[in-house]
Design a protein around this ligand. Structure first.
Ligand SMILES: Cc1cc2nc3c(=O)[nH]c(=O)nc-3n(C[C@H](O)[C@H](O)[C@H](O)COP(=O)(O)OP(=O)(O)OC[C@H]3O[C@@H](n4cnc5c(N)ncnc54)[C@H](O)[C@@H]3O)c2cc1C
Length: 394
């Protein structure tokens, strides 16, 4: 008979959320285990960019949460042994036209009023950023405090340290059913586990874990494509997005050609420490089909050439897709579930999971330990969706 494992806290999902939670919960001295159906970072957290950004957050709660996450990530650098390519260079947004430039200036004003370090960049500033930029870019903006990490390494770094604090790790262990009497019983492909508390950190698969307890978790996969550029002389030193990225993310009206709009394409270019670069990205609601769509890839390449026309002879070496866990109001669920005492959700971070993982890990530790939270958690409550029906239009 397979061995039965027990822990005070079981975390389901070894993506960036589960890894950050495992780190903080183990560090707080709780007996915990992490259960992952494949390997660490085998889901969305290895199929994404690595931006820890405020530049693309709504001013207010959203940007504050990201700022706190950035601060915690800097602190973690001191405690984590495996380096995770942390680079604090700031990031920029570039504008396609004068109308976007006007909106960008307004955006900087709003972010400055919220106390965030944003600056307007003019045409000449943009030229200084990269010799590859098109000459007709009217300008853009920068956020000084943004940073970059390698999310894949970050997950491993967190989990390795958590193991030293006592975490028990079970990879290649798929949760197949979940029930609760006094304790939770977790049936897996690798035997039966029991726990007093369960944290659902399964990203876009969190609704399937919810269903096991008859719980409807309104998270929808929002697919994204990324291309990887061959190693070469750096295109630029820090992350760049186009202003239209904000329009796509928040589903606001945007002026662009039909295919760009259809596939939700907006330029994101991330230089990596290995001197490759990641070029993205797209946003589509097409279920959990992860195949690469060459129409989307072509549209992304065309969009990149609008801003970097001198890139037209660059070699791209591969393309991959990932699923952003989308919620209707663009905020994650980081919450206890009132109707099932001992059950928690940490999922639904859409395109912000890398930015918000560290603060999410800390919050879950504080919620589970019933201590004061580092930021207010009301906007992240699960029951905010109770009266709403999620929509899945672009
Ligand atoms: C193209 C793209 C670009 C992005 N760029 C950025 C960016 O620059 N900055 C940013 O902040 N965010 C970005 N994101 C978003 C970010 O990647 C996600 O929000 C984040 O990775 C979600 O992490 P997670 O841990 O919730 O989910 P995941 O990483 O998917 O982890 C969930 C884990 O649960 C496991 N699991 C599922 N079901 C079970 C089960 N039954 N039993 C056991 N385990 C299970 C899965 O195998 C998986 O490993 C991007 C996303 C995409 C797609």
């Amino acid at each position: 008979m397979a061995q039965k494992h027990h822990a005070e806290v079981a975390i389901i999902g070894g993506g960036i959320m589960g890894s950050a939670i495992a780190y903080y919960v183990a560090k707080a001295g709780l007996d915990c285990m992490l259960i992952e159906k494949n390997d660490i970072a085998s889901g969305t957290s290895s199929k994404c960019d690595g931006n820890i950004t405020i530049v693309d957050k709504d001013p207010g709660y959203d940007s504050k949460m990201s700022l706190v996450s950035q601060e915690l990530t800097v602190e973690l650098k001191k405690d984590l042994a495996i380096p995770f390519e942390y680079r604090e260079l700031g990031s920029i947004l570039v504008c396609d036209n004068d109308a976007e430039m006007e909106a960008a200036m307004e955006w900087v004003g709003i972010q400055n009023e919220a106390g965030l370090k944003f600056n307007v960049l003019d045409r000449e500033d943009i030229r200084q950023e990269s010799p590859y930029f098109a000459d007709d870019i009217p300008g853009g903006l920068e956020c000084e405090t943004d940073s970059l990490i390698n999310p894949y390494l970050y997950c491993y770094s967190l989990v390795e340290r958590a193991k030293e604090y006592g975490l028990k790790l079970f990879t290649h262990t798929e949760v197949t059913s979940l029930s609760k009497k006094e304790d939770f019983t977790i049936e897996t492909s690798n035997g039966t586990f029991t726990a007093k508390k369960v944290i659902n950190a399964a990203g876009v698969w969190a609704p399937f874990i919810g269903e096991m307890l008859n719980l409807d978790i309104p998270i929808v996969p929002r697919k994204g494509h990324i291309m990887v550029g061959a190693r070469q002389k750096p295109v630029m030193m820090r992350n760049v997005m186009e202003f239209g990225y904000l329009m796509n993310k928040f589903q606001r009206e945007r002026i662009a050609d039909q295919e760009t709009l259809k596939y939700g394409v907006a330029l994101v270019l991330e230089p990596t420490e290995s001197q490759n670069f990641l070029l993205g990205s797209s946003r589509e609601f097409v279920g959990l089909n992860g195949s690469v769509d060459m129409n989307v890839v072509r549209t992304m390449a065309r969009r990149a050439l609008r801003f970097f026309p001198k890139m037209n002879d660059f070699n791209m070496i591969r393309t991959y897709t990932g699923f952003r866990p989308w919620t209707e109001d663009h905020l994650p669920i980081v919450s206890a579930v009132e109707e099932i005492p001992g059950f928690y959700i940490a999922a639904g971070h859409e395109g912000d999971g890398i930015s918000l993982a560290t603060v999410t890990g800390k919050l879950i530790e504080q919620i589970v330990c019933e201590s004061e939270t580092i930021i207010p958690i009301d906007p992240l409550r699960f029951d905010r969706f109770k009266k709403k029906v999620p929509t899945t239009s672009m």
